[in-house]
Write a protein that binds this ligand. Structure first.
Ligand code: XMP
Length: 317
């Protein structure tokens, strides 16, 4: 019978045998899969696992600092790399969603590649690939079959010539979470909603600038923190906010305003392939809307997305 404890025990033993004294480099995302995979490898080889956590400037508010802190608490040998400006430069002038994804993916590989080369004699690339990712990358056969190119699925630079170690590639998501619990990984990491690799970059529906990111981070933070404070976070599969390029008229005191519309999206789902919009209480949505409009300069109207997938994808881009 499969149990998380037995899985951890046998996997750590196998990793020890396979990796010996070799060094492994691994990119972490703050998500469940890469964190659990890293902890397993860490248990097997300790400091020979070199983790890299890149700030692409498109993360949630405070995410880079707080996730880096959690990783350090977990004892991981992790280097945080702030590459925000580089990503913004790569994104300059781009508005088309797939072009943004490609630019973000390319910039990530460049940064990761540079950092990995600073470590001497690395033989292995660690990855948090889980079983559904394996299936997906086999079944998706080319651009015509790809609806959105999810760059962090199977996306490793082949010029890096490293062997790949993927300790979770036989597990489903719920099994990964159970393994994570056995490894005593921070519940904040284990229970977190999925977040796309391109981050807020595909939630700003226009050219990306540092200022727009800052605005969207504030909006997103109010919404997600509100879900947590109202005990709604765990009932939602994924939630976030979109910064639309639409400007609307409003009044603030005696003044006319002309500012952006943001859309909130919260869905229930099992695997992200299909999704329903969450029937969040109107009182809650009303409170969040007021808080956003009162606190976030540049936003004067909030709408809630009531579309289901299909046909409406979870992300707007
Ligand atoms: P859609 O928008 O296709 O999203 O309904 C389904 C799930 O995938 C996430 N998503 C991405 N994840 N890179 C990622 O790593 C991407 O380019 C990307 N696009 C969408 C989305 O957040 C949702 O969980």
């Amino acid at each position: 019978d499969w149990t998380p404890d037995i899985f951890v025990e046998t996997t750590v033993a196998e990793l020890k045998a396979k990796l010996g004294n070799d060094k492994v480099v691994m990119g972490l995302s703050g998500g469940v899969d890469s964190s659990v995979a890293a902890m397993l490898i860490h248990k097997a080889i300790g400091k020979n696992l070199h983790c890299i956590f890149v700030d692409n400037g498109l993360l949630r508010k405070n995410e880079f600092a707080s996730v880096l802190e959690s990783y350090k608490h977990m004892g991981l040998n992790v280097k945080g790399v702030d590459a925000s400006q580089r990503f913004y430069a790569a994104l300059k002038g781009l508005t088309e969603p797939e072009q943004k994804r490609k630019a973000i993916g390319r910039a990530f590989i460049e940064v990761f590649d540079e950092e990995a080369h600073k470590i001497q004699d690395v033989k292995w690339l660690g990855q948090g690939t889980i079983y559904p990712d394996v299936i997906e990358s086999v079944s998706v056969k080319g651009p015509s079959a790809t609806i959105k190119s999810h760059h962090n699925v199977g996306g490793l630079p082949d010029k890096m010539k490293m062997k790949v170690v993927e300790p979770l590639n036989t597990l489903f998501k719920d099994e990964v979470r159970n393994v994570g619990r056995t490894l005593e990984i921070d519940p904040n990491i284990l229970g977190r909603h999925p977040f796309p690799g391109p981050g807020l970059g595909i939630r700003i529906l226009s050219e990306i600038t540092a200022e727009k990111v800052r605005v969207l981070q504030e909006v997103d933070h109010i919404f997600v923190q509100g879900l947590k404070d109202h005990g709604l976070y765990d009932q939602v599969w994924q939630a976030g906010a979109m910064l639309t390029p639409i400007q609307a008229v409003g009044v603030m005191g005696d003044e006319r305003t002309y500012e952006n519309v943001v859309a909130l999206r919260a869905v229930t789902s099992v695997d992200g392939m299909t999704a329903d919009f969450c029937h969040l209480p109107y009182e809650f949505l009303g409170e969040i809307s007021s808080e956003i409009i009162n606190k976030v300069k540049g936003v004067n109207r909030v709408v809630y997305d009531i579309s289901s997938k299909p046909p409406a994808t979870i992300e707007w881009e």
